[in-house]
Design a binder for this molecule. Structure first.
Ligand SMILES: [Zn+2]
Length: 370
């Protein structure tokens, strides 16, 4: 992971030199000396975001794409660190704090997990239960269907990786893409993802199927994602029964919209449906209020003032970004920052993010850069 990324004035080369020093020298030293813990003291609230736990039987095939999911071992060590040095609170305590002004303990940490992949239930929830902790899972309205589904943009990514090399024109999107090495395919994927976000889910599904035919791939080109247990846990979305199981195990459910588009790319009508209908669908499926929203992608390019206002108008009590975070961050109720945990984070780096040190250090470096 690039530690000093969006918004930094540092060049990529400088980042590559600085990141390993922070990761292997500075952060471990600050963590071992107890500085990070002392620095967080007096902080009120920090939210961490996961995207799942890698199933043991799953072979990582793309470190970038799989890098949002953490290993079971890292997840357990991070939870134990948080339990030992901070106060991990339940989602309900956070709701009561936001809605009714009830107190939270000092150094309160909320655990969240986005996307609602199957491993949330099969690999993540068992560890949370062992550690007697609860997590707020942000899932898609699409999860309410009983048929197995994938995130559309992950299916698109796998499709672009599977396509034979060449130049392709996508007339419906007014785009030509070049599919060569992995970096080129990744960049093509992001450009197509942005354009497809403008449409509804049926149009996206139609585009993916038409592209499969254009690429001359067989109908069951990604059968492994459904047939192989490791891949199913990695890629499949939870269904309605799974959501109810999560709730029965003491977990909470929030909305991550209906289908996970880049909301800022959509018309107001589509963005409103994504935000408001997801809440109703999920409430009906789990029989409980859904009071929190996490914006898909959750960065300033995908979340504008319009989405923030919609979240409030749709009846959510709060909404979460997927950037910033750590103790000492500002806490706008409908744009709450979160620490995004990735596979590559070692334990001291994780604590540097949680304590707020990483955020402040990065913004100081950006300010001081020539
Ligand atoms: Zn997401």
């Amino acid at each position: 992971m690039v530690l000093l990324c969006a918004g930094s004035l540092w060049s990529d080369d400088e980042v590559l030199v600085v990141s390993p020093i922070l990761k292997r020298v500075l952060y471990p030293w600050l963590a071992n000396s107890g500085y990070l813990r002392r620095r967080a003291d007096g902080g009120s609230f920090c939210v961490v975001t996961y995207h799942g736990v890698l199933p043991e039987s799953y072979q990582v095939s793309d470190p970038q794409q799989d890098g949002s999911l953490v290993s079971a071992e890292n997840f357990r060590s991070q939870l134990r660190l948080l339990k030992e040095c901070y106060h991990v609170v339940s989602p309900e305590q956070v709701r009561d704090w936001i809605v009714d002004g009830k107190d939270l303990p000092e150094l309160a940490i909320l655990l969240t997990c986005d996307d609602g992949l199957r491993n949330a239930l099969t690999d993540m929830a068992p560890i949370l239960r062992e550690e007697q902790l609860s997590c707020l899972f942000f899932v898609l309205g699409a999860s309410v269907a009983q048929i197995p589904q994938m995130l559309w943009y992950e299916e698109l990514y796998l499709l672009l990786l599977a396509a034979p090399a060449g130049s392709y024109s996508f007339d419906a999107l007014g785009m030509n893409v070049e599919l060569g090495d992995r970096a080129q395919r990744r960049s093509a994927w992001w450009n197509v993802l942005k354009k497809l976000s403008r449409y509804d889910q049926a149009t996206r599904a139609g585009f993916i199927e038409a592209s499969r035919i254009k690429f001359r791939l067989p109908e069951r080109w990604n059968a492994g994602c459904h047939d192989d247990e490791g891949q199913r846990r990695r890629f499949s979305l939870l269904n309605a029964d799974d959501l109810r199981q999560l709730v029965a195990q003491g977990m909470s459910v929030g909305s991550h919209t209906l289908n996970h588009p880049i909301l800022s790319q959509q018309s107001s009508e589509l963005a409103w449906r994504e935000i408001s209908e997801s809440r109703t669908l999920l409430e009906n499926a789990i029989g409980k209020p859904v009071w929190a929203l996490a914006y898909p992608f959750g960065d300033p390019d995908s979340v504008t003032t319009r989405e923030i206002q919609m979240a409030e108008q749709a009846g959510f009590q709060c909404a979460f970004m997927n950037i910033g975070g750590g103790f000492g961050a500002q806490l706008p109720r409908f744009a709450l920052p979160r620490v995004h945990v990735t596979a590559e984070m070692n334990l001291s780096e994780f604590e540097a993010h949680v304590s707020g040190f990483h955020r402040d250090f990065r913004s100081r470096l950006s300010r001081d850069a020539p």
